[in-house]
Design a binder for this molecule. Structure first.
Ligand SMILES: *[C@@H]1O[C@H](CO)[C@@H](O)[C@H](O)[C@H]1NC(C)=O
Length: 563
């Protein structure tokens, strides 16, 4: 597909270079930058902008229908995941759309590069002066006030009227994505003694910190090694967060005395990522994510994808990440990401487009998990607010959003667990009855502060407080939904291992399966997620926007999966 894209472009580059006057129509606009950003004047006219062009996909509705078919247990096609080619056939632009856009670009002397396997994303590099002219835009420098970081965006842009229906949108233009990091809310040096623990830890032994044995005991996670090498976990890393192998070895030699301490992960890199092994250059998040996938999903291969800062996708590298996985013939069966943002930071078109990419991964048979965020009802991170702040990409129905719990008897909601309702996506059918039940329990509480017709999240939860990790040759305890997502991902990966061993398909997009089998999770019924000067939402019987459907019961998930 990459080659085909280049061919189309160069074909038209040979055509007449005489620009044809086209009538431009405003395509996306916003009144002002989001709060936290200020305009600092015009961008210098010769600065080169890297822009992405999203082409209209030929049949995204068909792909979503196919996704539901292969992911809904009662459907005849359950488990019959699509191949790379089958997904691309739905997602590729029509030849007419591709031609319309590339001929307009070549009229302007611009050559595009195809940057997604299906050809639905093009990348161009042009100076600000030309971008302002081609898109009737006002590309300006905006500063993010808390970090001081600068980006070039426009509050409005136009496209030729005859490209409507072919060119979906241009990016980054009206999207103002913040720095992406969603680090554990708290990383505290642990000064107590760290005990080598057998795998049969009693929950009462987990008061000082949570280690793999605690999670294995609580959720009934087996310690027996996985056997299927085709089934692997993808762990994503951003912000120059490196995952340290020596730290993992120390971690395993303390907490998994039953397996080889040289069990490790492999590394893939995109966008100038790397994996510097100096202990002090490791990241808390990357060490946490690798220690709790390799440490729990015994012998399931783990690939750490280091996404560097050269990404020009304007959305933290998430788009490049999704396209990287979509380009693989055998993508991971589970991907866990402990980064995210607030939904309002992304324009709705960019948010939908990323969500479409997660749907494509789901159709391929990949479970896409994201930490729900650490700010309770105030968003990704704790913030001051009046209305509740939904997080991204938890609102995307095609990801499984993981909230956090704490304590063991009873297990209760962690107060930072982000949860609520999306403003971008409506309540999907797979959760409509559970969400309706919660809304009737809620009554008028928080009325007007959240969107009662939105997609509710998180979907599920897992422990997220006082996880012990090794970082820079010391022990730390960390808190956050960042702990919960790799834990839940490991559970799913171990279920998948047994499915593959039995000759069955992996679970793929989890949500329809989970909501049809809520009995395979322990319902968490206490705690809440305060924020925006309220107590937030309360956990209660059934699904709630704090802990979702609850925490995993390994044996029940296995039987729900037909094992
Ligand atoms: C609430 O959610 C619905 C469904 O996604 C959406 O159409 C509507 O615009 C949202 N309301 C607000 C105020 O964002």
């Amino acid at each position: 597909m990459l080659t085909a894209g280049f061919l189309v472009v160069s074909l038209f580059a040979l055509a007449s270079s005489k620009p044809v006057a086209r009538s431009l129509q405003v395509h996306e606009t916003r009144a002002a930058p989001p709060s936290g950003f200020v305009r600092n004047g015009a961008a210098s006219s010769d600065t080169v902008l890297d822009l992405r062009l999203a082409l209209v996909k030929n049949n995204m509705d068909g792909l979503i229908e196919a996704l539901y078919d292969v992911s809904t247990p009662s459907s005849a096609k359950y488990g019959q995941h699509l191949t790379k080619e089958e997904v691309e056939a739905y997602v590729a632009p029509t030849a007419e759309s591709a031609d319309a856009v590339t001929s307009w670009l070549s009229e302007n002397g611009v050559t595009a590069k195809t940057v997604s396997p299906a050809g639905d994303w093009l990348a161009i590099s042009i100076p600000v002066s030309q971008a302002n002219e081609m898109f009737d835009a006002d590309f300006s420098v905006f500063t993010q006030t808390d970090s001081g970081s600068e980006s070039i965006r426009t509050l409005s842009y136009s496209i030729p009227a005859d490209l409507k229906g072919h060119l979906s949108f241009v990016h980054p233009t009206t999207t103002f994505a913040r720095a992406s990091a969603q680090l554990p809310v708290k990383a505290t040096k642990y000064t107590g003694s760290v005990k080598k623990r057998s795998t049969a830890a009693e929950p009462s032994a987990c008061d000082s910190y949570v280690d793999p044995a605690c999670l294995q005991a609580l959720y009934g996670i087996p310690t027996t090694p996985a056997t299927e090498s085709s089934n692997y976990i993808g762990v994503t890393g951003y912000d120059d967060e490196y995952a340290n192998q020596a730290a993992l070895e120390d971690f395993l030699s303390e907490f998994r005395t039953d397996i080889s301490d040289t069990t490790t992960f492999t590394v893939d890199e995109i966008d100038g990522g790397g994996n510097d092994q100096t202990q002090a250059d490791a990241g808390v998040e990357a060490n946490l994510d690798t220690q709790y996938t390799v440490g729990i999903a015994t012998d399931v291969p783990v690939v750490f994808l280091s996404v560097g800062e050269d990404s020009s996708d304007g959305v933290f590298g998430f788009l490049d990440t999704a396209n990287y996985f979509l380009n693989l013939d055998n993508p991971p069966s589970v991907i866990t990401t402990s980064y995210g943002s607030n939904e309002e930071d992304l324009s709705i078109s960019v948010a939908y487009s990323l969500c479409d990419a997660y749907a494509q991964l789901g159709a391929r048979g990949t479970s896409v998990l994201f930490a729900s965020g650490d700010g309770g009802v105030s968003g990704s991170q704790s913030s001051s607010c009046t209305d509740f702040v939904p997080t991204f990409p938890s609102g995307c129905p095609y990801v499984t959003s993981v909230g956090a719990t704490t304590d063991f008897s009873p297990e209760t909601a962690a107060d930072f667990s982000a949860g609520g309702f999306s403003n971008y996506w409506g309540t999907p059918s797979f959760q409509s009855s559970q969400v309706a039940n919660y809304l009737s329990y809620l009554g008028s509480t928080n009325s007007g502060l959240y969107n009662s017709s939105g997609r509710g999240y998180p979907d599920v939860s897992a422990q997220g407080v006082d996880f012990i990790i090794e970082y820079d040759e010391d022990w730390y305890t960390v808190d956050g939904t960042s702990c919960a997502s790799p834990t839940f991902a490991s559970v799913i990966a171990l279920v998948n291992d047994q499915l593959v061993a039995a000759g069955k398909s992996t679970l793929g997009w989890l949500n329809p399966f989970l909501y049809e089998n809520s009995g395979a999770l322990t319902d968490i019924t206490s705690g809440d997620n305060p924020g925006c000067n309220t107590n937030g939402f309360s956990a209660t019987t059934g699904w709630d926007p704090v802990t979702g459907l609850g925490t995993p019961i390994f044996s029940s998930l296995l039987s729900a999966a037909g094992l």
